[in-house]
Design a protein around this ligand. Structure first.
Ligand code: OSB
Ligand code: MG
Length: 380
């Protein structure tokens, strides 16, 4: 190690304790997609300790494997049996090294990301700076859009759109599925010809449905998100060749390699980066960087996170390349009472202020965490 490196590097990190809590928070409204309905947000909260300092992150796995394969139970298993033993007591200088420590474990990016993200927040707290500084981002504000789930009828959907447009959000995304697609888009377009509008299919269609998407080209959508299978890239490229609306990939991107392959074969013109889906902040930043160099805009997706995960997303979204509004909307769209104080709020201009406090930058209200905790494990 040369003198410069010593002068600028921090004391090595060594995780000496991991706490994993299973939390269950009621959602204010059921959230319906092509793959199911959620009434509660159930997730693992991971706290990583090093020498008395702690960082927190949430795992974006769900109760069921309907979005992607991981669940809370598989994530807890992988964390306990494989990831914690690979990292506890091991010296490392920076959270970017964690993915290599986990490399023997194939897959399970959501479980890996939870520890890696907690380690980034820990690093920010060790340094006494906001999370965005250790991620390489900037302060200021980020632009937020909204994701509106499937509704019982078109009238109810239009009411929701009215509310979100009035609140100032920078773009509206609606969920679609076969039989609930063109009519929804047509109704919104009729009322809002200029709205920045997009649709998310969560893998509900097949390449044979290409004519539907050619029809939707006329609606001038910002993008169509994840129309085809969760593990497909090749048929998305085929679809993208047939339509003018940009395809955006969500479920299909689990790593930097996936993003490189998708960009290389033209499977999408936009990528939704979810830090948990790709294995952590290091990979998320690498994908954003790759896309920036290849002229592919990216945006930060969401997974109905509590304020803890939501703020990780806000900080991540300040990196170069995140040029489109994210799914980083206000806590109050999902939760009566968030786990953080203050909650995430959105300005009338549809922006979220990037916190300047240490780490995620808002206080975690531990009494609320405790009330929501169904199970807790300490790994050391
Ligand atoms: O596909 O982006 C998705 C929520 C859960 C699972 C998948 C998705 C979503 C959302 C909501 O669209 C985004 C949010 O507001 O958190
Ligand atoms: Mg999506």
């Amino acid at each position: 190690m040369n003198a410069d490196r010593r002068a600028y590097s921090l004391p090595a990190m060594k995780l000496d304790r991991l706490e994993v809590r299973l939390l269950k928070l009621p959602l204010r409204f059921p959230f319906e997609t092509s793959f199911g309905v959620s009434t509660h947000k159930e997730f693992l909260l991971v706290s990583a300790w090093s020498d008395g300092v702690v960082g927190h992150a949430e795992c974006v796995a769900d109760v069921d494997p309907f979005y992607l394969p991981e669940t809370n139970v598989t994530a807890l298993h992988i964390l306990k049996e494989f990831l914690a033993p690979a990292v506890l007591g091991v010296d490392f200088e920076h959270p970017r090294e964690l993915l290599a420590l986990f490399s023997r474990v194939r897959g399970h990016p959501m479980a890996k990301a939870a520890i890696e993200m907690a380690a980034y927040e820990l690093l920010a707290r060790q340094k006494g700076v906001p999370l965005y500084k250790v991620l390489g981002g900037r302060g200021g504000t980020v632009e937020s859009g909204v994701s509106i789930g499937l509704q019982k009828d078109v009238g109810t959907l239009l009411e929701k759109v009215d509310l979100e447009v009035a609140a100032g959000y920078r773009r509206v995304k609606i969920k679609i599925k076969p039989g609930k697609d063109r009519k929804l888009v047509a109704a919104i377009r009729e009322r809002y010809p200029e709205l920045r509008l997009m649709v998310d299919a969560n893998s509900a269609y097949r390449i044979e449905d290409a004519p539907l998407f050619r029809e939707l080209d006329a609606a001038k959508l910002m993008m169509v998100e994840q129309p085809l299978a969760w593990n497909d890239i090749v048929e998305h490229a085929e679809l993208q060749r047939q339509i003018t609306t940009p395809v955006c990939l969500d479920e299909s991107i689990h790593s930097l390699e996936d993003a490189r392959h998708a960009v290389a074969i033209g499977a999408c013109r936009i990528i939704n980066i979810k830090v948990g889906r790709v294995g952590g902040h290091t990979v998320a930043a690498a994908i954003a960087d790759h896309c920036l160099r290849h002229g592919v805009p990216v945006w930060c997706g969401g997974m109905l996170e509590s304020g803890i995960g939501r703020l990780h997303n806000v900080h991540l979204q300040t990196l170069p390349g995140f040029t489109l509004p994210g799914d980083t909307s206000a806590s109050s769209r999902y939760f009566e009472e968030d786990l953080i104080d203050p909650p995430v709020t959105v300005s009338p201009q549809g922006t979220v202020a990037v916190p300047e406090g240490v780490g995620i930058g808002h206080e975690i209200v531990w009494s609320r965490v405790q009330r929501a905790t169904a199970h807790m494990e300490v790994l050391r």
